[in-house]
Design a protein around this ligand. Structure first.
Ligand SMILES: [Fe+2]
Ligand SMILES: [Fe+2]
Length: 253
């Protein structure tokens, strides 16, 4: 009898993300059909998983070519985002959701908000690290490249058995009620869903509460005041903002 050499284990798809205590883990399946969790330690496996995702979708190659981005996967960024900002955004988004009125809650599934917020910045793994970690404000060209991360995240996950509603939230997590965010909404699109508004508000608050190379970490009041300006500009729904304030007063101390 000839024994077949076992096939090397490969990640073949990313199925989603889960939060365990305060860390985000990605849910993968391998070539043996097994589902498993990864926090980002096995870089080689993860890099291959992302390379597969890029290969599965020609739209990603087109985007990278258009913006002259060399395809490379930054798993260090993924690890940092998963352990920090994406996790925080998820906690804030879940906090906002839990405080919203019942009719608004009925418009979106809690599980969709959770998964989308944990995966929302995944597209950043393809953004060159010299842009992602630039120790100064981005110039116009760099900003253009940075702004495609939400579309890249959407395209990466489109082939990965992720629900359409989750994908929509990932794609539009930089949109707002005034439709002045990115990417542009399609013609005739209604204002971004309540799910988009919850995630985009949580995302902004999380970012303001983190230090940036060009600014210090803002305190709770400073961050809330900046977002209040966006309520007045018609970018953030007042109900979502009120829920954020209640959440922040209780849990962001
Ligand atoms: Fe983002
Ligand atoms: Fe984000």
């Amino acid at each position: 009898m000839i024994l077949k050499h076992p096939e090397k284990r490969k990640i073949v798809s990313l199925k989603g993300a889960v939060q365990i205590s305060s860390s985000t883990f990605f849910v993968y399946t391998d070539n043996y059909g097994k589902t498993f969790l990864k926090s980002g330690k096995d870089e080689k496996l993860q890099k291959n998983a992302f390379k597969n995702m890029v290969d599965l979708n020609p739209a990603i190659k087109g985007l990278l070519k258009k913006y002259k981005i060399k395809p490379s996967v930054d798993t260090k960024t993924l690890k940092e985002l998963a352990g920090g900002h994406m996790n925080d955004t998820c906690n804030i988004a879940m906090g906002i959701y839990s405080i919203l009125s019942e009719p608004l809650k009925k418009e979106i599934d809690k599980a969709i908000i959770k998964e989308a917020s944990m995966l929302h910045d995944l597209g950043k793994v393809l953004i060159p690290s010299k842009i992602l970690n630039k120790p100064a404000k981005l110039n116009v060209k760099e900003r253009e490249i940075m702004n495609i991360h939400s579309t890249l995240g959407y395209e990466l996950l489109k082939t990965q058995n992720i629900k359409e509603e989750t994908l929509e939230l990932i794609k539009y997590h930089h949109q707002n009620l005034k439709k002045s965010g990115y990417p542009a909404l399609e013609e005739g699109n209604t204002p971004p869903s309540i799910g988009v508004q919850i995630i985009s508000t949580a995302d902004k608050y999380s970012a303001l509460r983190e230090a940036r190379v060009y600014r210090r970490r803002l305190n709770r009041l400073e961050a809330l005041l900046i977002l209040y300006k966006e309520v007045r500009e018609g970018k953030i729904l007042a109900d979502v903002y009120d829920a954020l304030v209640k959440y922040a007063e209780k849990f962001d101390t």
